[in-house]
Design a protein around this ligand. Structure first.
Ligand code: FMN
Length: 342
């Protein structure tokens, strides 16, 4: 019904307009949740210990779908084990000029150049607080953090620390987004010197916040780009081990246009089907690096091009403990969750 009736209607409208409309509708009309849950929620399927959290299944919603944390209860009702809110920056910012999301239906893909439009830490904090009253304890809320556009790359660490500080009580885990292609210079944070410093500062802040607030140490994930070479990937892996990072999310969107023949002039990050191969290659390489470690391994979270159970299983075979989706949900609708998890 979604693919043949609802999607064609939704796709008549601007992508961002319809996205926001749906999120605000379902965050307002909460009485739909019982019905949505009945239709789409596959129920608890497994108990997965990933880092210090327990997930009720391996499927989560990727960052960027609910940037403000307004629709956490909606995604909870659909049956995901976790949702990643954000990317959140210390202060609210409008992002890039619209239009900034483009569908490529022939390729089952999306190009976006949102540029971290978000409400800042205070808004996310209050939205998570509201949602927590209603959701089950086993629903995991991750917060994906980044830097404000105005912050120079040399001072970026401070922005990540502010986010960690403000949101420490509200997240089950944090993701450091160093891979969005739509914030100028952000991907430089994947380079050795910047990354070494970022991870070291974040982990020392993590330890002091945990002690100060008497809370367990938070899991820290690093979300990386698919557009990196083997040397860069080795450096990232080595630094994650050095700084006791819990895991890597592979991957964010790509600046490449694999298999896309249209003369699309739109700039931004490409997601969906054409990203699958690229992000799987990175995942495979990470899995290989993991396999030679003697004991403690990095947790791998896969993101990129999951549209069905085969795509999902492929990621698990390549060592992913958890899988996140975004574009697949837009093209396949909420039934994708049950199809993958049943
Ligand atoms: C419109 C849009 C906005 C996104 N915003 C973010 C973001 O703010 N932070 C982030 O880490 N990833 C963001 N992403 C990337 C997704 O989280 C995901 O990693 C990527 O789209 C690959 O997965 P997919 O092929 O299932 O969409 C965004 C993706 C899209 C399509």
């Amino acid at each position: 019904m979604y693919k043949y009736l609802i999607r064609p209607i939704l796709f008549l409208f601007d992508a961002e307009f319809i996205h926001n409309l749906i999120l605000s509708f379902f965050s307002k009309y909460t009485f739909f949740y019982t019905m949505l849950s009945f239709l789409y929620n596959p129920g608890k399927s497994e108990n997965i210990i990933a880092g210090s959290n327990e997930f009720k299944n391996r499927l989560g919603l990727a960052a960027g779908f609910d940037k403000y944390g307004t629709a956490i209860r909606f995604f909870h009702s659909l049956g995901f084990s976790h949702v990643e809110i954000g990317t959140v920056t210390p202060y609210p910012q409008p992002g890039n000029p619209k239009p900034r999301i483009f569908r490529l239906p022939d390729y089952q893909a999306i190009i976006n150049r949102m540029g971290f439009n978000n409400g800042g830490t205070i808004e996310v904090m209050s939205n998570i607080l509201k949602a927590r009253k209603y959701i089950q304890k086993d629903f995991i809320i991750g917060i994906n953090i980044g830097k404000n556009k105005m912050t120079e790359i040399e001072n970026a660490v401070l922005d990540y620390k502010i986010c960690l500080n403000h949101l420490y009580n509200y997240a089950d885990y944090f993701t450091l987004n160093v891979s969005s292609p739509n914030t100028e210079g952000l991907r430089k944070l994947q380079d050795r010197d910047y990354l070494d410093n970022l991870l070291s500062e974040i982990q020392s802040e993590n330890k002091s916040l945990s002690a100060e607030k008497s809370l367990k140490l938070k899991d820290i994930f690093l979300k990386i780009a698919p557009d990196i070479d083997d040397e860069q990937l080795n450096v990232i892996f080595e630094l994650c081990i050095k700084h006791d990072i819990t895991g890597i999310i592979a991957t964010n969107t790509t600046l490449k246009r694999p298999g896309i023949n249209t003369k699309t002039t739109e700039e931004g990050g490409l997601s969906g089907k054409p990203l699958r191969k690229l992000s799987n290659e990175i995942l495979d390489k990470l899995n290989k690096l993991n396999s030679v470690l003697p004991d403690k391994k990095l947790l791998l979270i896969a993101s990129g091009g999951v549209f069905n159970k085969d795509d999902f299983n492929e990621k698990l075979r390549s060592g992913a403990a958890l899988v996140q989706i975004y574009t697949g949900l837009i093209y396949e609708g909420p039934a994708i969750i049950k199809k993958i998890l049943k």
